[in-house]
Design a protein around this ligand. Structure first.
Ligand SMILES: [Zn+2]
Length: 181
C-alpha cells in the first residue's frame, strides 16, 4: 500500500467519516465517482489542493440539481476539483485559494444518496480530468483546517462504510499514478 495514499486517507478521516469511496455503490449510483466524507453540518471544508475558483453555486437549497451548493476549483494542472452538497460556500469565482484554506461548510443540499448518519450532512469531493472523473484520493494531501473536529461526532456509519473498499481504491489510484505522465 503506497504510504502517501495512506496518509491522504488519514487526512480525510480528520475531516469526517469516509462513508463512500471512489468506485463504491450508493442508492443512486452503481459507481460512485467521488469520495463522501460525513460530519456535522457547518464543518469547515479545506481546499485539498490549491487553485483558482472557477464556479460557485450557492444561496438556495438546490443550487445544482445533483450537487446542490457547490464549489469548483481548477488546479495548476487544469484538473477540476468539485466540492458538493455544501451548506455554504466561503469563496467567490476568480479567487485564488491555498491548500487547506477553508472554502465551504458541509451541508446536505442537492440530491445525496450516501449513508451519512447523524444529520445527513456530508461532502462529496470529486476530481475531473479532461471531462472524466478520476480517483480523488491522490489529491487529498491537504484536508485539515484548524477547527475541524474528527468524524467521531457522527453515529452510524463509523469510518469505512459497508460498500467502501479502501484497498481497491488505493490500488486504482496507484495504477492511475503509474499511468500518468
Ligand atoms: Zn457522493
Amino acid at each position: 500500500m503506497p504510504t502517501a495514499l495512506s496518509n491522504n486517507y488519514e487526512n480525510l478521516k480528520k475531516l469526517g467519516n469516509v462513508t463512500t469511496g471512489y468506485g463504491g455503490k450508493t442508492a443512486g449510483e452503481p459507481f460512485h465517482p467521488g469520495i463522501d466524507v460525513a460530519n456535522r453540518r457547518g464543518t469547515q471544508i479545506p481546499a485539498f489542493t490549491p487553485g483558482v475558483v472557477v464556479d460557485v453555486k450557492t444561496g438556495f437549497k438546490n443550487g445544482d440539481k445533483d450537487f446542490g451548493n457547490l464549489v469548483k476549483i481548477r488546479d495548476a494542472g487544469g484538473k477540476i476539483h468539485q466540492y458538493g452538497h455544501l451548506n455554504q460556500a466561503l469563496v467567490r469565482p476568480g479567487q485564488t485559494v491555498g491548500q487547506n484554506q477553508p472554502i465551504a461548510t458541509m451541508g446536505d443540499s442537492g440530491n445525496s444518496y450516501s449513508p451519512t448518519g447523524g444529520d445527513s450532512s456530508h461532502l462529496d469531493y470529486r476530481v475531473e480530468s479532461r471531462g472524466a472523473y478520476i480517483n480523488p484520493l491522490p489529491f487529498t494531501q491537504g484536508g485539515q483546517t484548524p477547527n475541524v473536529t474528527n468524524g467521531s461526532g457522527l453515529r452510524g456509519t463509523g469510518g469505512i462504510g459497508g460498500n467502501f473498499d479502501l484497498s481497491k481504491q488505493l490500488v486504482e489510484a496507484y495504477r492511475q499514478r503509474q499511468g500518468a505522465r
